[in-house]
Design a protein around this ligand. Sequence first.
Ligand code: THU
Length: 133
Amino acid sequence: MNGNLYGELFQTAVKAAEKAYADYSGFRVGAALLSADGRVFTGCNIENSSYSLTICAERTAVFKAVSEGVREFAAIAVVGSSGGDFSKPCCPCGACLQVLGEFCGGDLPVILADGTYKLSDFMPITFTKENLK
Ligand code: THU
């Protein structure tokens, strides 16, 4: 039942990757973040001539959602490609995992080209607000 939904989310991420501004790496990334209330927030990577200012697709999607008052999420699809073939899995980077971990539990489904993972598959132990106590 989730298969169709996740398939659609994956295709939405592919569409989002078309918007990538990747003039330096040529690697286009798209993310589609499904909120608990059924909305979809897309994101793409946005690079910069000052390279380190680049923002990843996943964080673009999370920041869009949170800035709209949405903080509960049901799944995220992530795609990436340097040539338009999104059939190889694109693993979220550590910074994006950390940001997703701020708002999502380890059970968050992470949909990649080769299947559906859980956030905790990539980041089993995380730094959270609990560590600050
Ligand atoms: N990138 C993402 O958008 N998400 C990730 O999780 C990994 C990397 C982007 C950043 C940069 O624009 C390009 O991919 C190459 O690193």
